[in-house]
Design a protein around this ligand. Structure first.
Ligand SMILES: *Cc1c(COP(=O)(O)O)cnc(C)c1O
Length: 365
């Protein structure tokens, strides 16, 4: 069976360095907010072309804490509306709800799977404060158009960059467009830890300070609490592992792009492939194809010993958890994507040969 992902194999080339680092930190005995977190934050900020990065517990917390910090800085009222794509991973929407604000779902462009700027503009009301974009599958959204809309209507942009470490648009990195932007270092992400982890990238020094406080009990000085904070710190061990992997992130992304190229050049035209556009550097966190007979295709591949995934089987508006919460629940484009999309193997450990085998089987479908 060709697995969709195998973290033992994907991490294999890092084992020796991870083990050495683990032994060092075990000897040192310092586990929370130490030198490794501070150094990783500097290195990841540099990587993202931002002034600051703050390590947090996971990707959902990154987005939740960003909105909390923005609501304090810009005095959001309870009825604040936040625009978010109708086909995003549920975390983006949960971050809005955890803050007590109202998610306004907006349809994506079917070709790119990313939020449609035209639909964003239609959804703006006097209560709108933020446009939250998700760079889905590792492709940056149309940030030039979105920035224009944000400027025109005086709105803030927040990026959910959890699938887009290193992706660019017009040579600008994901995580550097919005006022503050969230990353996840969940083990399967392009930059993955050996457990949970998250980060926030920003150029705003006030937000850097308030987010640092919010992630650590709302406290700048131990036992003195200024805000109702969270306990959501990137842990020292994960930061150390992430520093090792960050050195190889461009290599990981290039590997995935090389595999994507094989799919793009060899899959027959029955499959709807991801679009490739000038000025975009896509990092293929997920290589998604669409087909009307998606379920049969998945079954056919499995019979041929190829494992695939669906990102995601249920659109957010149809999740039980959101029942009765959204004004609008009819999102035909999101629904169509969720019904027809299939993620093909494209991990760091997959070889060109593996991908050619997937292509061969796919083309027989
Ligand atoms: C993975 C992911 C998250 C959440 O990250 P966690 O670290 O699992 O909390 C948020 N948004 C998107 C788009 C993701 O893919």
């Amino acid at each position: 069976m060709l697995p969709y992902e195998n973290l033992n194999q994907s991490n294999q080339s890092f084992f020796k360095e991870y083990q050495k680092k683990f032994n060092q930190l075990l000897e040192k005995g310092y586990f929370i907010l130490g030198n490794e977190v501070a150094e990783f934050e500097k290195e990841f900020a540099t990587y993202c072309q931002t002034n600051y990065c703050i390590g947090v517990g996971n990707g959902l917390d990154a987005l939740t804490i960003i909105l909390k910090a923005l609501s304090e800085k810009y005095f959001f009222h309870e009825k604040t509306e936040i625009i978010v794509p109708s086909n995003t991973y549920i975390a983006t929407i949960l971050a809005i709800l955890q803050n007590g604000f109202k998610p306004i779902l907006v349809e994506p462009i079917i070709e790119t799977y990313n939020i449609d700027p035209v639909e964003i503009e239609k959804a703006i009301t006097p209560k709108t404060k933020v446009i939250m974009v998700t760079h889905l599958y590792g492709k940056v959204c149309q940030m030039d158009k979105i920035e224009e809309i944000a400027k025109k209507h005086n709105l803030l942009i927040v990026e959910d960059a959890a699938q887009a470490h290193g992706a660019t648009f017009n040579d600008q990195k994901a995580g550097s467009f919005g006022i503050a932007n969230g990353f996840s270092f969940y083990p399967t992400k392009n930059l993955g830890a050996l457990g949970d982890g998250g980060g926030i990238a920003t150029n705003d020094s006030d937000l850097d300070k308030s987010i640092r406080s919010l992630r650590n009990y709302g406290s700048k000085q131990k036992y003195y609490n200024e805000k109702i904070g969270f306990n959501s710190r990137l842990d020292e061990l994960q930061a150390a592992f992430l520093r090792i992997k960050l050195d190889k992130l461009d290599e990981i992304n290039n590997h995935k792009r090389k595999l994507a190229k094989i799919y793009l050049e060899n899959l027959k035209s029955d499959f709807i492939l991801p679009v490739v556009e000038q000025n975009y550097y896509d990092v293929y966190h997920i290589f998604a194809v669409r087909h009307e007979k998606r379920n049969e295709l998945k079954e056919f591949l499995l019979k041929n010993e190829i494992q695939t995934e669906i990102h995601y089987p249920v659109p957010p508006a149809e999740q039980k958890a959101l029942k009765g919460i959204l004004d609008k629940t009819h999102f035909p484009i999101a629904k169509k994507i969720h019904q027809t999309i299939l993620s093909l193997p494209i991990s760091y450990f997959h070889t060109e040969k593996d991908v050619l085998r997937v292509v061969e089987v796919m083309n027989k479908f």
